[in-house]
Design a protein around this ligand. Sequence first.
Ligand code: SF4
Length: 216
Amino acid sequence: MWSLFEDESVKIKWEGKIISIQPRTRVWRYLTSNRTHYHIGYNIFVAGKCDEGLEVFCVAISEKQHLKSDFRIGDVVSGTGWTKKYSNREFADFYRAGSLKIHKKCKPAEDSECPWTGRMPLMDVYEYRGARMLAKSMWNGKCFTCYYAAMANVEIQWDFDRDVKKYRFESFCYGPKSCKNYKPGRSRAVPYKGGKSALDDGNLDEMLTDHRDFDD
Ligand code: SF4
């Protein structure tokens, strides 16, 4: 998709129960020569209500906001947010969250086995771990509540000289390679102007996570 779809951004109110928290990431792709992951905060998925009429929605928050409130699955929360200016660049429904309030606090779940739902890792932990491609069906299913799952805002450098980018969303996993839920899904095409798309078939995953052992 192209970057021309600009919407008016408006401030809204929302409230509800957290059903998942994941890292919010941005990924820059250039053919298969580069896949850089930036870790920019968290996406909290909420079942509740908001001014836009959604019953399940995603709110982007900063690491600082998370550190202050230590959000967990099950917490009942409310806040404000802004609708997206570029719907093809931002996965979260609302960003620039504010006035965050916790109405009911849950105990953190024990980290026993996947999906991991205990206390959220900080950004430098994700940065250190590196990500592998995760099948979207797993992200939507068994992995949805796992704090190692992420739906990234992806920028594809489609024309280097004129700095033209394409945008899409892609699912990734930061979890142990031994996780029984892991499925990479299909190879991902990375287009470039005037040529055949390159295929990200898992080689970049190996490169980005080869410092981790199978169970790490
Ligand atoms: S595959 Fe990854 S995201 Fe899914 S449960 Fe395992 S560690 Fe979590």
